[in-house]
Design a protein. Structure first.
Length: 222
């Protein structure tokens, strides 16, 4: 994502009412202390400009959502956009959605064991060079992190138009003891898997170019 850095973005994100600062404080207590309810907790890692998570939170008020993004400029734009839309619609920003600036490598510092019900990975950076393989959000190191914070029956939903990354992710998931519950190599032509689909910015951009979108839903083998 080529985006010009906004000076002071880090501080502005930290001061924003939708931001969770010091997320380690809530480890194990997100539902009660952040959302004040007992709803399922869904994370999106690499939330980008936030279209997906915002729309998800609107369509599913019965779920709590946390958007995780490590780039403060991108996150600030996502939060501003969210606020503007809430203002136009006359809805209260916040509710069942929060954001946090975090490198997902630190996920286990912020969420307790079995605290999370679902993780979304949408159009994650491909990191094509072997030397960067551990940075891929579907690499064995990341899958091990997700396994710790997800409930045993918790799921990961992964979408990308990058066939190399998709094949790598399918193979890695199988090797690391995950079960593939559903898979398609052409999401937009798959009526069943398209049901309830929420488009991300990258998805809209790349599917408009004619790229096929792969999607898999996985869960730790039971
Ligand atoms: N999900 C959005 C979409 O589908 O439109 C954005 C996709 S963009 C290619 C990937 C995003 O993931 C970038 O904004 C990047 O900063 C973020 N990201 C990559 N690695 C991350 C990590 N380890 N922790 C948090 N965010 C990460």
């Amino acid at each position: 994502m080529r985006i010009r850095h906004i000076k002071g973005a880090e501080e502005m994100v930290a001061a924003h009412p939708l931001t969770i600062n010091e997320p380690e404080k809530y480890k194990g207590n997100w539902r009660r202390e952040v959302f004040g309810n007992d709803a399922p907790l869904y994370l999106e890692i690499g939330t980008g400009m936030g279209t997906f998570i915002r729309e998800s939170a609107i369509r599913h008020p019965e779920v709590d959502y946390v958007g995780i993004e490590m780039n403060s400029t991108v996150l600030l734009k996502a939060m501003r956009r969210y606020e503007k839309m809430a203002e136009e619609e006359g809805t209260e920003p916040g509710g069942n959605l929060r954001f946090m600036r975090l490198d997902a490598r630190l996920l286990e510092d912020c969420f307790g064991e079995s605290e999370v019900d679902r993780i979304y990975l949408n159009f994650s950076d491909p990191w094509p060079k072997d030397k960067n393989a551990n940075k891929r959000l579907t690499s064995p190191v990341f899958l091990a992190r997700y396994k710790k914070v997800l409930k045993p029956e918790g799921t990961i939903e992964f979408k990308t138009d990058n066939r190399g990354l998709f094949d790598y992710s399918v193979e890695t998931a199988q090797q690391e003891g995950w079960e593939i519950l559903a898979i398609t190599y052409d999401l937009h032509a798959d009526e069943t898997m398209m049901e309830g689909n929420i488009e991300t910015e990258y998805e809209a951009k790349f599917s408009a170019k004619g790229n096929k979108i792969g999607k898999m839903i996985i869960r730790v083998r039971q």
